[in-house]
Design a protein. Structure first.
Length: 94
């Protein structure tokens, strides 16, 4: 099971990396809020991806902010919105 780490709107990429590296789990969901500073540059997501790869951690970016999700995906990070439900999951509901 993956550990969810929450960052604040004002957290930098460096702060996000510090939180990732402090976590002992190998699978992490990084919850990024709407209008996060991380969305100011794709480089922020490149930094997170590089550090995650070097530490052997699998990181998934979760955000309601479409810009965050897009930048994360363009940086080769897995990314999702917590409100997105795939059609397969929707069909599986009773």
């Amino acid at each position: 099971m993956s550990k969810k780490i929450y960052i604040t709107k004002n957290d930098s990429a460096e702060m996000a990396v510090i939180k990732l590296l402090k976590c002992k789990d190998d699978e992490i969901v990084l919850s990024v809020p709407n209008l996060s500073q991380l969305a100011n540059s794709i480089e922020n997501f490149h930094i997170i991806k590089k550090e995650a790869d070097e530490s052997g951690k699998r990181v998934v970016i979760e955000s309601v902010d479409d810009v965050v999700v897009e930048l994360a995906k363009r940086s080769d990070l897995e990314a999702t919105s917590p409100f997105f439900v795939s059609r397969d999951k929707e069909k599986a509901r009773p």
